[in-house]
Design a protein around this ligand. Sequence first.
Ligand code: PMP
Length: 281
Amino acid sequence: EKLILNGRLMDRENASIDIEDRGYQFGDGIYEVVRVYHGRLFTNELHLNRLFLSAEKLSLRIPYTAQELTAQLEKLVEANGVGTGIVYLQFTRGAAKRKHHFPEKSETTYVAYTSELDRPLEKMKKGVKAVLSEDIRWLRCDIKSLNLLGNVLAKQKAVENGCYEAIQHRGETVTEGSSSNVFIVKNDELATHPATNLILNGITRQVLLDICRKQGIPVREEAFTVDDLLGADEVFITSTTSEVMPIVQIDGKMVGDGAPGAVTRKLQHAFEREINGLSAQ
Ligand code: PMP
């Protein structure tokens, strides 16, 4: 099992990180999860764009170009023989004596590793359950930062209630899942929270919005309420690992008729074509 530490491909057991790394002590860093399908990186450019945006918002230096990172990640995927899986990559502000403010001098710590991960085909067919959870996170959810305690607590609530995901809301307004974006369908029209500071602008979300534009499916990037959510014909979440995942029950109440809806299924198929288009390149 190989990984990349600071640009070097090495065996996982040989990698070590300083105990005063700011990622470890402050969560002072950012990450990305990129899907691997057919042994190739999926929508890698969009993920790296977001990575550089997150870095800029935190004045975090990434000492590589997108091209260099892509070449490294491709090498890693090949070295580990990943067919269907993910690449996790993380950049922190590096190791320095523990003080809250930015260190005068520190080298970015960069780690990338892979995991095999199947597509959640069974769950996508049947749909999954969700719980509602008050969104207690900070006001820069647009940054894909390592600080995930709000998300961790929300997902834990979901798991404790036998659910797949927690759908977060700030008061009446639905924001996003603990690790996904949320879409509703009402009268064949879609809605999802706009890409503001209150959500992470998911790559799967962006791919899906693109599919809708191309297919002429109406989507409103507008905030909607918990009542809109509970009264929707269909609800689904999107993420790199969950793709287009139907939500068929929320807080024990059925969504629509309790089965994945027609619009959701149509979008699942369209997304699958994107995945498979890759293999034809
Ligand atoms: N929102 C949050 C809070 C997330 O953690 C994720 C997954 N990382 C998403 C949305 C979905 O983003 P993506 O489609 O890029 O995986």
